[in-house]
Design a protein around this ligand. Structure first.
Ligand code: ZN
Length: 269
């Protein structure tokens, strides 16, 4: 998401908005203020909070919030550049440039909200601190108060904002920690390693995304079942946990143990 933000920050400021919409009925989540209220205003740039992108208007009165979910894509098209015929959402700037939201597949999950700054605060208020740059001190406090397994804790946006299931896999692998390890049982050194792994992996992802890398090239553990671990060569394993699929290296992360599906078995590890 941070890579998207950086890419869009400059161009969205270049011209005032000529036309806001149309938006797919399932994509636009708000009706008041109406989309037309954006027309004639200029955006102040692109901001990010966790996995949400938002675009405040320069006059500080409105904010366009976008949540891409898993299949949404946001593209800035220069004047004359060919775009999709029926995007889920379109913002047209004076001079002909466009910001378009498309979503692969038939399910419309991505969302667009037009909010006042106060409504935006309400919308984002429940999010935890940003993962990138969190640091060992703050992470230690979080771990001490959360009786949770690491994979589920890292993914919980109310606790730490900005890590999805894929990066939870990458980060835990980098930190050599079991996805089932209990946050409250981590030793201080492990917390430091985890804090470093969060930064290293998120920065790595950011860099690759900025160079245009796809998922396949960006991830090294996530979605790599049976492929050799990039550290030790052991085939990557997979386990289902709380509706999510976890990928991990049994050698690097769980001392050779194969994790059991927690939905079927109460057995730990
Ligand atoms: Zn390994």
């Amino acid at each position: 998401m941070e890579a998207w933000r950086r890419r869009l920050d400059e161009p969205v400021r270049a011209f005032p908005i000529a036309k806001a919409g149309p938006a797919h009925v399932a994509t636009l989540k708000t009706f008041d203020p109406p989309l037309v209220a954006l027309e004639g205003r200029r955006l102040a740039g692109a901001r990010r909070r966790a996995k949400r992108l938002y675009f405040p208007s320069e006059d500080g009165e409105l904010v366009l919030l976008v949540h891409l979910m898993t299949a949404g894509r946001l593209r800035y098209l220069r004047a004359g550049e060919k775009g999709p015929k029926a995007p889920a959402f379109r913002l047209e700037f004076e001079g002909g440039a466009q910001l378009v939201l498309t979503e692969a597949g038939s399910k419309k999950r991505a969302g667009v909200w037009l909010l006042t700054p106060e409504q935006l605060d309400d919308e984002l208020g429940h999010l935890g601190p940003e993962a990138l740059g969190l640091g060992a001190e703050a992470l230690a406090e979080i771990c001490a108060r959360e009786p949770r397994r690491l994979h589920s804790l890292l993914r919980d946006q109310r606790v730490i904002a900005g890590i999805g299931r894929a990066w939870a896999n990458e980060i835990l692998h980098h930190a050599r920690l079991s996805p089932y390890a209990l946050a409250q049982e981590l030793r201080r050194e492990q917390i430091e390693v985890l804090a470093t792994a969060m930064n290293t992996e998120l920065e790595r992802g950011l860099e690759l995304r900025e160079r245009g890398a796809n998922d396949k090239r960006t991830y090294r553990v996530h979605d790599k079942l049976h492929e050799p671990c990039y550290v030790c060569g052991t085939p990557i394993a997979r386990v289902d946990f709380e509706e999510h699929t976890i990928y991990y290296c049994p050698e690097c992360q769980t001392g050779g143990r194969v994790l059991k599906d927690r939905r079927l078995s109460r057995l730990l590890r």
